[in-house]
Design a protein around this ligand. Structure first.
Ligand code: UD1
Ligand code: CA
Length: 452
């Protein structure tokens, strides 16, 4: 089978009842990414001739997430077999005996841990020993609700029995179906059309096609794949298990790529987190989606990042928060209780304590004193603050945007800056200090007397 001769159908139309959620099941994120995106990332590099995702009514968000993959709506969802039939609409002539597609790979949208390499191995198995239907077998620790593979005398698979329809002997079988099936295209329509709803859930089960194929004398067989890649997510508890497995996969990947995670079990990564060589991440750090960290940067404990680029050699945290659009160039220092949003800090700039920098450009080498706030919002609109290179912003400065501070300027502590500051100027914008000698003692004496 040449790789371009298979098409993929991903099933995602189920209502996900067991999740008890307003969000379609396949949109629940794992490591910051909807679970269905993982399947697409696994299958796309294998260059299928087509990818069709079957979605339910009102699942436009799923369609947007999987684009440019085609989607078809299964309305109403009447089971996994019915979902595959719905996909035929999008594939029409291509599945016929003269069509361009030899094999159809069916994936279940709720098995996000399947890796590309494992999928490739599965496809290669079909080339080695072709069957009418190739199934992914697995032996999960708890076979629970999975379909059981009923093996024949020659080692092939005769049929799949759903747990809900099994007798005690079948239920005791440990070899389960892992939601991954490769079907020879020329048999598929006929097999799916032969399905009925005589089962515990009154649904068209896709798994029924294995028994139908056996009845027609077609050979079905299973290849065993690692259960931890095939677990299906049906409940919130399983979602949490998948999250834990994915986190370990990402942490191992980050460490192999040269990052030190001092306590990896306390660091949470997103599927797209990029940590360069010799990054050190201290305990208890969360990387939301869209974060990159340059070589040699140090991320101190209790920091939280989303949509941020951290430059090489930077030092961030402890207790720092970087929000979308935060860009820290090389050697920037961002310290405790500092929040940065939609702002660029030039090389070597420092904001070490208790600061909010939002909608701003901060020049290289600038020092932002403790308690500095960019006042970027008037309740209706956002405005930008521009700070030049090598400026010194004194502690507890409020920069009321829109405002520009010229390069080399020096702002006195406690200033409220409402107008532009020229380059190299000293700017003081606060009440002048007045000292009244002896007045404190006099006030105390009066108050004491009033109290007696
Ligand atoms: C299914 C299999 C079971 C297998 C397990 C592997 C069937 C009948 N059972 O059980 O043998 O061991 O997966 O994880 O196939 N879906 C639709 N349309 C529908 C119904 C479901 O698109 O009408 C989609 C769901 O969104 C989901 C996938 O198909 O992504 C599987 O459905 P689900 O209800 O989770 O099946 P399981 O009960 O887990
Ligand atoms: Ca499932």
């Amino acid at each position: 089978m040449s790789q371009s001769r298979f098409a993929t159908i991903i099933l995602a139309a189920g209502s996900g009842t067991r999740m008890n959620s307003a969000l379609p099941k396949v949109m629940h994120p794992i490591a910051g990414q909807p679970m269905i995106a993982y399947l697409l990332q696994a299958v796309q590099p294998l260059a299928p001739a087509a990818i069709v995702v079957v979605i339910g009514p009102q699942m436009e968000a799923v369609a947007r997430t999987v684009a440019p993959a085609e989607t078809v709506v299964q309305d109403p969802p009447l089971g996994t077999g019915d979902a595959v039939r719905a996909a035929f609409r999008a594939m029409s002539g291509r599945l016929s005996p003269q069509g361009e597609i030899d094999e159809v790979l069916v994936l279940y949208g709720d098995t996000p841990l399947l890796r590309r390499e494992t999928l490739a191995r599965f496809l290669a198995e079909q080339e080695r020993a072709p069957a009418a239907i190739l199934l992914a077998g697995m032996r999960p620790a708890d076979p629970g609700p999975y379909g059981r593979l009923i093996s024949g005398p020659d080692g092939g698979v005769l049929r799949i029995v759903e747990a809900a329809d099994s007798n005690p002997e079948e239920y005791a079988i440990g070899l389960c179906w892992g939601g991954l099936m490769l079907i020879r295209a020329r048999h598929l329509c006929e097999l799916v059309d032969g399905l009925d709803r005589n089962n515990a859930k009154s649904e068209f089960y896709l798994t029924g096609i294995v028994g139908l194929a056996t009845d027609k004398g077609l050979q079905c067989r299973a290849v065993e794949l690692p259960a931890e890649e095939l677990i299906g997510i049906n409940t919130r508890a399983e979602l949490a298990e998948a999250e834990a497995l994915m986190q370990w996969r990402l942490r191992r990947g980050a460490m192999e790529a040269g990052a030190t995670l001092v306590a990896p079990e306390t660091v949470f990564l997103s599927s797209d987190t990029r940590l360069c060589r010799d990054v050190v991440v201290e305990p208890n750090v969360t990387f939301g989606p869209g974060v990159t960290v340059g070589e040699g940067a140090r991320i101190c404990s209790f920091s939280y990042f989303e949509g941020a680029a951290i430059g090489a050699g930077a030092r961030v945290g402890p207790f720092a928060r970087l929000r979308p659009g935060a860009v820290l160039e090389e050697e920037v220092h961002v310290g405790n209780f500092v929040e940065v949003k939609a702002a660029r800090l030039g090389a070597g700039a420092k904001a070490n304590h208790l600061t909010y920098i939002g909608d701003a450009d901060v020049g290289a080498g600038t020092n932002i004193g403790a308690g500095t706030i960019t006042c970027n919002y008037d309740g209706f609109n956002k405005f930008r603050t521009t700070i030049g290179k090598n400026t010194f912003i004194g502690s507890n400065t409020a920069l009321v945007a829109p405002v520009t501070v010229g390069a080399g300027a020096f702002i006195a502590a406690g200033s409220v800056i409402t107008g532009d500051v020229p380059a190299d100027a000293l700017s003081i914008a606060r009440g002048r200090q007045v000292d009244k000698p002896g007045r404190a003692a006099a006030i105390r004496a009066r108050l004491r007397k009033d109290k007696d």
